[in-house]
Design a protein around this ligand. Sequence first.
Ligand code: MF3
Ligand code: CO
Length: 267
Amino acid sequence: MIDLRTPAELDRMREAGRLMAELLNACCDLARPGVTTGEIDAFCRARLKTLGDGTATSGSLGYMGYPAALCVSVNEEVIHGIPGGRVLQHGDLVSLDVCGAYHGFVGDNTRTVAVGGPDALTPDARRLLRTTRRALEEAVAAIRPGKRLGDISHLIERLVAEGGCTVVKEYTGHGVGRRLHEDPPVPNYGKAGRGPILHEGMTLAIEPMVNLGKAAIRVLDDGWTVVTQDGLPAAHFEYTVAVLKDGAEILTPWFERDPWTADWMAG
Ligand code: MF3
Ligand code: CO
């Protein structure tokens, strides 16, 4: 069952999404050399208490037993990295995933940032970042009511392959609304012309998880952290979007602080 949001519900999704995007951007600002991932978590936890009118949820904390307010995944960690004592270093590629509910609706969003700035990355890591971001942006731009979800999934898979990278298949994007994970799953691979038809009022988390090397992943003994088997880095970008009459609206506008037209993104 795929829920459709009313215009009033969409307004609440906009509110939740904007707050989570602002929080994500603030967390990304902290990802600098010498900072521990646990410090970012502490900041995120504290900030969640004062977001909006102060009724935002505690983010990822407690979701299926997850132990932190956000996910911080470094280098070969793809998703669900648990923040802790790890000290960020110049050149690390860090994915920050922030989600939470506000007035009954959830916003979910992710950015991968380069510690020390994009110039700190190897050319391959830069290509990974650019490829993943481009896959997300173009997938969102392709959304229209009447298309099939498989059209979007297939586009992501094709763009990632064109960038010489691989998509992770074991985890997917998802419907998002009153709950973090709703129908439908949104795979980052698939066949055009297949899957559910997109309708006005659907709200989706689109989130390509992309590896620089091989697609194979495994879960660490902590039960959460997903890493690449070959140890090469991964990237992850995510927006919560609403399907509207003329296309998708990005409900988590973190791009306002990270324009993808920046020179280094193009090169
Ligand atoms: N935001 C992640 C998602 O898109 C989930 C983080 S909560 C966790 O599904 F507990 F699963 F880590
Ligand atoms: Co998500």
